[in-house]
Write a protein that binds this ligand. Structure first.
Ligand SMILES: NC(=O)c1ccc[n+]([C@@H]2O[C@H](COP(=O)([O-])OP(=O)(O)OC[C@H]3O[C@@H](n4cnc5c(N)ncnc54)[C@H](O)[C@@H]3O)[C@@H](O)[C@H]2O)c1
Length: 335
């Protein structure tokens, strides 16, 4: 276990970041953990309110693209590690308003790298874990195999293009300045604390409210679903054991067509609430422009080289997730 770690988690009040903060607290082994988050619509301090009571955990509300705020933070904390998750993350929003994606995902990552580089060049130890997405690889056909770490980048949306750009800049800081970086590219996450604009919480809420269940196109797009806690354990593994400069794909070979996933959610919510025939609420809507058909991850590097295994089972975690949203939609988001 690492000791004398001072960690910064960017985006720690968002979906994956909040789960990661809880996970890191369970693992222990750090002296200080600072959550940095701008608190956009997707961030919420309520997700981590228990964690913020811990004496070694603190919160800074700031924009990662604000150079002077980040310089001040890095010179005060002198982090030994950065888990970088802050991002604009919703593809649909990137289509209607790409500017924020360029600013946060590209400029924000650059600012953090500059702060990390300054520490590195003054002789301090610092590792930078950049959390990215499988969407940088573009789309696969149904029978196209899987993304591996060396698959060429071919992003489709302003979101995935901004993430791809930031991945390249992170790698360049390793090659050019010797900064100790590791990268992860993971598939779609599900679990608690995801803002109810993404597929799974939207569908659960709409089933509960007996509203139409919007499904893009004919629902044939395929996504590889990863439970967020498994993602957190993968990030922890890569941060602690990953080879410097190297990328690791994170996934669990759990591909679902959107329509099948929505039908599964109908069944699970019907079982929880005693409602019936929720599949009748499914409504096909005009497809998203540039909608990638399939993403699928080959995570064998992470398993073979670092010994990572997912610790959860989909049938348990998806039922848990459904129950969690039914209990918390009102409490957290007043929906
Ligand atoms: N959710 C997924 O399925 C998924 C899959 C692959 C990769 N990722 C990546 O994981 C990371 C986290 O994703 P998420 O789903 O938790 O996102 P999210 O949208 O739920 O949370 C993002 C967090 O970043 C914060 N933030 C946004 N702009 C900021 C800024 N300029 N400065 C500081 N904080 C800012 C928000 O307030 C929010 O708390 C992202 O980098 C995303 O690209 C997510």
């Amino acid at each position: 276990m690492n000791v004398n770690q001072r960690l910064i988690v960017t985006g720690g009040a968002g979906f994956i970041g909040a789960n990661l903060v809880h996970y890191l607290l369970e693992q222990g082994g750090f002296d200080q953990l600072v959550v940095v988050d701008k608190l956009t619509y997707a961030g919420n301090k309520r997700y981590i309110e228990d964690a913020l009571n811990h004496p070694n955990v603190s919160f800074v509300q700031a924009d990662i693209a604000d150079m002077s705020a980040m310089q001040k933070l890095f010179s005060e904390v002198k982090p030994t590690g950065v888990y970088h998750l802050a991002a604009e993350s919703h593809v649909d929003r990137s289509i209607t308003g790409p500017g924020e994606f360029i600013q946060t995902n590209i400029v924000g990552t650059f600012v953090l790298l500059e702060c990390a580089r300054a520490l590195h060049q003054s002789g301090e130890r610092i590792r930078f874990l950049h959390v990215s997405t499988d969407e940088v690889f573009g789309e696969l056909e149904s029978d196209d195999g899987f993304f591996v770490e060396d698959t060429p980048y071919n992003p489709s949306s302003p979101y995935s293009a901004s993430k791809a750009s930031s991945d390249h800049i992170v790698r360049a800081y390793h090659r050019t300045y010797g900064l100790d970086v590791v990268l992860t590219n993971c598939s779609n996450n599900f679990g608690p604390y995801q803002y109810p604009e993404k597929l799974i919480p939207v569908i659960i809420r709409n089933i509960r409210d007996r509203k139409p269940l919007p499904v893009y196109g004919e629902g044939l797009n395929i996504r590889d679903w990863l439970y967020v806690e498994d993602h957190c354990s993968a990030l922890f593994t890569v941060f602690n054991k990953g080879e410097t400069g190297r990328s690791y794909n994170v996934g669990t070979n759990n591909e679902w067509r959107n329509i099948d996933l929505v039908k599964l959610l109908c069944k699970l919510v019907d079982e929880e609430l005693g409602t019936k025939d929720s599949e009748g609420l499914i409504t096909f809507v005009k497809d998203r422009p540039g909608h990638d058909l399939r993403y699928a991850i080959d995570a064998s590097r992470l398993k073979d080289e670092l010994g990572w295994e997912a610790g959860t089972k989909f049938e348990h975690t998806m039922r848990f997730t459904v129950r969690w949203y039914l209990e918390n939609l009102e409490k957290i988001w007043e929906m």
